[in-house]
Design a protein around this ligand. Structure first.
Ligand code: HEC
Length: 145
């Protein structure tokens, strides 16, 4: 039953996408990019819980780092349209290159941490994690609150 609903939802999504790919509603764009940012928050929290030894899931370190890289990469396109809203400040699109470079750097850092985690676990990934903690400086510069 569940599967049937999912199939219907997917079919509707594909249909809608085909119809209006070029004219997304502002609210949908803002929801989309906020969801990406929430996933960044969720995976950063997962990584933190592992790094602080709160959960014994060290083998997941690389997955969280990969997910951070993927969300950061996806955010570059999600924020491209000049659309202040949510808590995104208007200066994002005045300083687009700087803003975009920060997500690019976060994606690189995520991939580096994932590679280090795969080759040497926490011992190797730990020293590389600094590159992931660029969230606050971007929020301080490019969010309205
Ligand atoms: C390049 C700049 C940039 C970087 C880097 C960045 N963020 Fe964000 N973040 C934003 C902006 C802009 C918003 C506001 C989005 C909106 O409201 O449309 C935001 C919003 C958020 C939100 C709130 C989403 C919501 O529900 O409204 C969370 C959570 C978040 N970021 C987490 C993170 C984490 C965790 C990191 C680091 C791993 C990070 N961000 C890195 C720019 C950035």
């Amino acid at each position: 039953m569940k599967f049937k609903y999912l199939t219907a939802a997917l079919a509707a999504a594909v249909f809608t996408f085909g119809l209006s790919a070029a004219q997304a509603a502002d609210k949908d764009v803002i929801d989309y990019r906020q969801n990406l940012m929430k996933s960044l928050g969720a995976h950063a929290a997962g990584l933190g819980a592992i790094a602080q030894n709160k959960v014994p899931y060290g083998d997941n370190l690389a997955h969280h780092a990969d997910a951070i890289a993927a969300a950061a990469e996806a955010a570059r396109l999600a924020f491209k349209e000049n659309l202040p809203g949510g808590t995104a400040a208007a200066n994002i699109w005045e300083e687009w290159e700087d803003f975009d470079n920060r997500f690019a750097a976060l994606a690189v850092a995520g991939r580096e941490v994932a590679a280090a985690a795969r080759s040497g676990g926490m011992a190797e990934a730990g020293p590389k994690m600094g590159g992931l903690f660029i969230c606050k400086s971007c929020h301080d510069t490019y969010r309205t609150e």
